[in-house]
Design a protein around this ligand. Sequence first.
Ligand code: ADP
Length: 270
Amino acid sequence: GVILFILYSRIKLINHQKKRIEEEKNRAEQSERYVEQFLTNISHEIRTPMHAISGMVNALLRNPDSEFKQEYLEVMRISSDNLLVLLNDMLDLAKIESGKIQIISEEIKPLQVATGVVNLLKFKASEKGLDLGIDVSEDFPETMVSDPARLTQVLINLIGNAIKFTDKGQIRLRLSRENDWARFEIVDSGMGIPAEKLQVIFDSFEQVDQVRTREYGGTGLGLSISKKLIELQGGRIWAESELGKGSTFIFELPIHSSLAEASNPNLKPH
Ligand code: ADP
């Protein structure tokens, strides 16, 4: 009986170790796949605008007085802008992942920050015939502790997306309060997001429809950066949507986080 028991325990232990080795192998393979995917995505994102730029430069060198000169220059401008956005996004992501990002905590007036962003993007919205505005509830905090630059960055990303993926109707930025949380909702009347994609779009390089989003441009990094920036400030972010009707992106930030608490990078999202 005892020998059998020892044998049995041994087999169990060996099986357990086997399973652990297997799990480790899976993890390594998964991270290898992730790196491969990352490189594939990144090279595509870099190659597309680079090809456009070098193609247009060559065309202009061959024929400096081309009747399409203006169009070529416009494509070159858009392409180099896209490359800059990609580069900045990648640097942001690398800084966040390596824990080197600095979150500055100061007392801010959130409505003032939000109004600044809306004014910045109003022209872009009106170019598409979209009405962009703010609704503020009475209990929305007048001041709170946050990083104004990071809050601005997240709002630009979310409202920018709302404009990009909406063809008609309106975009509202709704500001309200849930207990000790300042709540920001970006509501659009755009194409919407399928239910099974509502979570994965917050992962790096995830786009709902690769072909269609190529048309709109973008890197698929914006939402994952936004999510990290919100979580670093102790907040949370998620999306709700109805296909064909529109999407709502919601994030909440703590109102009263003390300066010391808010500057702690180990803050956990609630
Ligand atoms: P990007 O916009 O650069 O592609 P993001 O990370 O900001 O990257 O967004 C990821 C994807 O989520 C987008 O490509 C798009 O498919 C989807 N998405 C984001 N915001 C919206 C929105 N307001 N309406 C519909 N789809 C959206």
